[in-house]
Design a protein around this ligand. Structure first.
Ligand SMILES: [Zn+2]
Length: 281
């Protein structure tokens, strides 16, 4: 029952988190550590029901498949790790966890404020004027240094794209391949993860990247540095895009861990879940 009370306290704190300030964060932690140890009676049971009801609704609204939903619920039942890991994902910059897909655009003509030019270093760049948000640029440097130690040299080939650039790019693909084909591999302006300034396309930007030393290295190790494969093989029906072995989004180590641990490494599922969780009462 103690663990369940912890879960319930966290659940309540999670729903209030957006309204809380920094001081609230300390309160949340003390709640997570079992401030309400006496709550072993009826109240705890009701809160437990509220938490699992919200969890079930978020999983359902996020269209998480039944088998995966059951495993998430089982994990949440086992102890406080699931809710604590979820809260950790929700502490940072909201754009790191923001759902950006074919039906969830960025704010109108969104442009990140902290873009900086990539200069290479532990990684290579294929041209000048590649840009990322500051946190992602730092994380790329850290990951690339680790890859280098293992003999993999990462090459950044594409990164931030403005709304206007994506508009040109998408229009060109539609002209060349037709709209139906273009929609399978290119985002419409306003709907591209690249516009977040948190995404890197690595290497050759084609399927051969998966078989390279760098491609294998990032797939195995990227999440430890906060990088998550956005469009995995066999998930076009879920992500809306064909497999892109080269396209990684920086989500931060906490969310990357959460994606791997509870959602089989499928970023789209985890982001859909978090989106529904944050938007439900
Ligand atoms: Zn890409």
């Amino acid at each position: 029952m103690f663990l369940l009370v912890m879960l319930c306290s966290c659940s309540r704190a999670a729903s209030q988190a957006s309204a809380e300030n920094t001081a609230g964060s300390a309160g949340r932690n003390s709640a997570a550590l079992g401030g309400d140890t006496a709550g072993t009676g009826q109240a705890g049971g009701e809160e437990e029901l509220v938490f699992f009801d919200k969890l079930q609704r978020a999983l359902s609204d996020a269209l998480i498949p039944g088998d995966l939903s059951r495993r998430v619920l089982a994990a949440a039942t086992e102890g406080p790790d699931f809710i604590l890991d979820l809260l950790a994902c929700m502490e940072g910059d909201p754009f790191l966890r923001r759902l950006v897909d074919k039906t969830h655009p960025l704010p109108d003509h969104y442009e990140p404020a902290d873009l900086e030019e990539l200069r290479g270093g532990a990684y290579q760049i294929n041209r000048r004027s590649l840009m990322l948000r500051r946190e992602a640029a730092r994380a790329l440097e850290t990951m690339a240094a680790a890859a280098q130690v293992d003999g993999a040299i990462l090459l950044a080939s594409s990164s931030y794209r403005s709304y206007d650039y994506q508009e040109e790019l998408y229009a060109r693909y539609v002209r060349e391949d037709g709209q139906e084909a273009a929609d399978r591999f290119s985002a419409r302006p306003g709907y591209s993860q690249h516009q977040t300034g948190l995404v890197v396309d690595f290497g050759s930007i084609d399927d051969s990247f998966a078989e390279t030393r760098s491609g294998r290295w990032i797939l195995t190790n990227g999440s430890r540095y906060g990088w998550s494969l956005s469009f995995p093989q066999g998930y076009e029906a879920v992500t809306g895009y064909v497999w892109e072995s080269w396209h990684y989004r920086y989500v931060g180590p906490e969310l990357a861990f959460f994606i791997d641990t509870y959602f089989d490494g499928i970023q789209q599922y985890a982001l859909q879940f978090i989106h529904e969780w944050e938007n439900s009462q």
